[in-house]
Design a protein around this ligand. Sequence first.
Ligand SMILES: Cc1cc2nc3c(=O)[nH]c(=O)nc-3n(C[C@H](O)[C@H](O)[C@H](O)COP(=O)(O)OP(=O)(O)OC[C@H]3O[C@@H](n4cnc5c(N)ncnc54)[C@H](O)[C@@H]3O)c2cc1C
Length: 575
Amino acid sequence: MSDTGKRIVVIGGVACGPKAAARARRCDPTAQITMIEQGEYVSFAGCGMPYYIAGAVPEKEGLMTTTTGYVRDPEYFQTMKDIKVLTGTRADSIDRDNKLVHATNLKTGDTIEIPYDKLVIATGAKPIVPPLDGITLKGIYTLRSLEEAIEIRKTIEENAELENAVIVGGGRISLEVTDAFANQAVDATIVELLDSILATMLDPELALYLENTLKKHGMNILTQEKVLRFEGDENGKVSKVITDKREIETQMVVVAVGVRPNVDLAKAAGLEIGVTGAVKVNQHMQTSDPDIYAGGDCVETDNLVTGKKCFMPLGSVANRQGRVIGDNITGYSDDTFPGVVGTSMLKALDLNVGKVGLTYAEATKMGFDAETFIAPSADKSHFFPGGKTMIVKLVAEKETQRVLGVQVIGPGDMPRVVDTVAAALTTGMTLQQLANMDVGYAPPYASAISGLAHCANALRNKINGLAKSLTLTEFKSKVDSDQDFILLDVRKENEVKNMKLDDKRFQTIAMHELPNRIDELDKNKEIVSICQVGGRSYETVLMLQGKGFNNVSYVEGGMSAWSKTFGEGGDEESH
Ligand SMILES: Cc1cc2nc3c(=O)[nH]c(=O)nc-3n(C[C@H](O)[C@H](O)[C@H](O)COP(=O)(O)OP(=O)(O)OC[C@H]3O[C@@H](n4cnc5c(N)ncnc54)[C@H](O)[C@@H]3O)c2cc1C
């Protein structure tokens, strides 16, 4: 390392920190770069921890290995990147006047002073730990460090009798951990306080699809249930979770109820904290002190959909921000990080779940006058073998038809839909622009008009008033009511035989027979049309409207979406 170059110190060594350090090295070969990490491991894929617990990543080193097979340990950073890494070293305070970081070597207790010209704070987030009785018992984890992931996996592998675990919280990390436990033959029970799981990613009807599928595979999901305390055995190990509804015997607990930005150092150093409680930075990732930059889970950023500040603790964001920091601290460029659109995805069993932008619940809470449409979407042309279906729910602002978000769930190619909408949100596209975006088509990959474009067009039709449709939730309240209407199923006989609604208002006339049997329908009655995925029932509405029926609507997503959500069918194999 040069001893005359710019002194760059990075605090935090997981995602944002190492990315900032490595980029700084590429941009400035003479810089003296030091990275401080209080934990034992650096530059590991925190997002991969569930897959390590599951055994899908056999060794922990797999989470730290480069594509060329090097393990990213301190020696690697020293040799390959000329970056000095101090693990087991905690930064205690920042002396901004003298540009010093005071740190402690946690193994020896020795204190050190590290001078800097530019400082990077990448201290991440801290798990929210509810102050419940028994929370400090052995066997209760929050899964924020690789050390914890290693311990969980070891415990599972060394205890053949470990058969069940409780996951407190039903968010994305909980679901990934549940999936990992299922892989290790450990039954998991999720206890979630809210009405539905994954509430920040899915509106309730899509969350039901997920919940039904997980339950079908033997997982226990308890919503609207509050954990009150934990009880332990004579060895101080957790043995019971007590909720407001029951007692659950367990051998392991993972508490995953969210994270808060770790702003301790920044706050103590007098740096400005933003409205979300995370460190305030400008688009260059510079804090209120021009020589101190911050990024990753400890900062807030701009939400490009809402125009407001947000806290978005994601590895994707942390890495991108780290790169911007590397450019700026070395003076290589004045690159900026514009903000986020809130793109996240996860795998739960065979379901791919993704969301970008706002759910309908979020959009209405933020004051948008929003409209939605749900459509099943296949990831290949319908005639091409092997296509997999997903349910896509698109959200747009009514007046401007600006796209606000999408949620996708199913066994199909979810990332393609989510990433396309991420691009649409980044550039502020309308439904019309999204529908006509020049995306690729070949039968093994898509339909000529993609499922997403179809969904965007259907939502345009809905907002423009071409055909009235009912959301699954609206349809559910209708079938649960004693209203008098005709529930007209326009599918073919064999389809109806396979799956039908048990309802006294149910009447079937296959669409191809409708022109000749239209007189069987009472013009004075409300008609709700349903088919398999929504296409035929939509055309039925248009046909009936043309024949003078004026109270007709159709069910979005048809029987396919209904059966997976309120129909409690769960995943594809169920029908
Ligand atoms: C189980 C799990 C699964 C996830 N899956 C995904 C996913 O699929 N996709 C996605 O985008 N994101 C995912 N995330 C989130 C992602 O891991 C984080 O957003 C990312 O790690 C944040 O990086 P960071 O560098 O900002 O902070 P962190 O990863 O939290 O790292 C900060 C580091 O700073 C260290 N530190 C803090 N204070 C000090 C100090 N005073 N001195 C020295 N060191 C200090 C901490 O020990 C920590 O190691 C997941 C997270 C978890 C826990």
